[in-house]
Design a protein around this ligand. Structure first.
Ligand SMILES: [Zn+2]
Length: 368
């Protein structure tokens, strides 16, 4: 992610990750001469990119704290999700300044509709000082093109033209934006990131490289239910929000119907299930048993094969206890060293997209 970046850029990224940093920490991190570091820091200060303040630590000399100047630049992150298009405006210290959103009605769940709503969401945010826009889209994204997103009803869609004109623009898959959010907010250089909800997606982040793993469509039941992707017995047919809701409502609907009319027909009930599941209710847990079994098997095997340092679980459909149950199952059957962490943030996609565009702007010298 930050390789090929100059020292100045790497220092900025390090400050963004930590919030603030001392000279000593920077010297330890980058192993450069004291004079080199002083030169770069004073340059950053003169360009009004960083602020230097003093912190009194014990009885010794006050220590210098280096942090980003929040007014140095702004970025926008947007997520095109299943229910809504959500935008966030961030300052240079990665603090949220403003948000905007548009619900996606059923008739607009297509290329034309999502582009129109994207434009509206960006239009509603102030653009003064913005150096780039990052866009996070569910599905398979290659070189900025949304190759396939069955859940959003998009195929071969190019959003790059729709977000250009503000310096840097980046279109990325939703799981990649989660991985970047995780790196910047919590750190770590070796983890499996999972988004769990209506759909299930994962990615491996290792030493700055990201690989998308479409685990939601890994077949786990031969001759199982027909999935909306065209295959049979995909993980999503037995272990997603669809499966949990079907058990909870004792419903008689297919995953294809669920994906087609989720918002119109099932959303209220699904929200009720999410709420109850987060309350750790004993009577609700049974509706998640199958999901934990199958998702645990897929993640457990990945953990065994790839040995990531942690498995991070994001998504509206998950909860603290679910991540605990998953960890228990994975440890018991597949990989005793596995660690599953739950992140409750629901805005990690759009924020991750904004973080990503910030790093890209630093790397490309838009912010230098
Ligand atoms: Zn499938």
């Amino acid at each position: 992610m930050v390789d090929e970046m100059n020292l100045k850029g790497r220092i900025m990224v390090e400050i963004l990750k930590k919030g603030w940093i001392t000279r000593k920490e920077l010297l330890e991190k980058f192993g450069v001469a004291k004079s080199t570091l002083s030169y770069v820091i004073s340059e950053l200060k003169n360009e009004k990119k960083v602020k230097i303040s003093k912190r009194v630590k014990g009885r010794g000399r006050p220590e210098e704290i280096i942090s980003m100047n929040p007014n140095a630049w702004k970025t926008i992150g947007v997520k095109i999700g299943r229910e809504a298009v959500v935008g966030v405006l961030m300052d240079a210290s990665l603090k949220e300044l403003d948000t905007s959103f548009e619900m996606i009605p059923h008739r607009m769940r297509n290329e034309h509709g999502s582009k129109e709503l994207l434009r509206k969401v960006i239009d509603k945010l102030p653009k003064d000082g913005v150096v780039g826009i990052g866009l996070s889209v569910s599905g398979i994204v290659k070189n900025g093109i949304v190759v396939e997103s069955p859940i959003l009803n998009l195929k071969g869609v190019d959003f790059r033209k729709d977000i250009e004109g503000f310096g840097v623009s980046e279109v990325m898959g939703d799981i990649r934006s989660l991985a970047i959010y995780e790196v910047m907010k919590y750190g770590g250089d070796d983890f499996l990131v999972v988004n769990y909800g209506l759909g299930i997606g994962a990615g491996l982040y290792r030493k700055g490289k990201f690989s998308y793993l479409p685990i939601g469509h890994a077949v786990v039941e031969e001759n199982g239910e027909e999935c909306y992707c065209g295959k049979r017995g995909c993980l999503e047919t037995v272990a997603s929000d669809y499966a949990n809701l079907k058990s909870f409502t004792n419903g008689n609907f297919t995953i294809k119907e669920f994906v087609e009319y989720e918002h119109e027909k099932y959303y209220e009930k699904l929200k009720e299930l999410w709420k109850l599941s987060k309350e750790e209710r004993e009577d609700i847990r049974k509706h998640y048993e199958k999901s934990i079994k199958y998702l645990g098997s897929v993640l457990g095997n990945l953990s065994f094969l790839l040995s990531p340092k942690k498995i991070v679980l994001y998504g509206e459909g998950t909860s603290t206890w679910m991540s605990r149950m998953l960890e228990e199952r994975i440890k018991k059957v597949f990989d005793e060293k596995a660690r599953v962490v739950y992140r409750k943030e629901l805005d990690a996609f759009e924020k991750g997209a904004a973080y990503s565009v910030t790093i890209a702007a630093i790397k490309r010298g838009v912010i230098s």
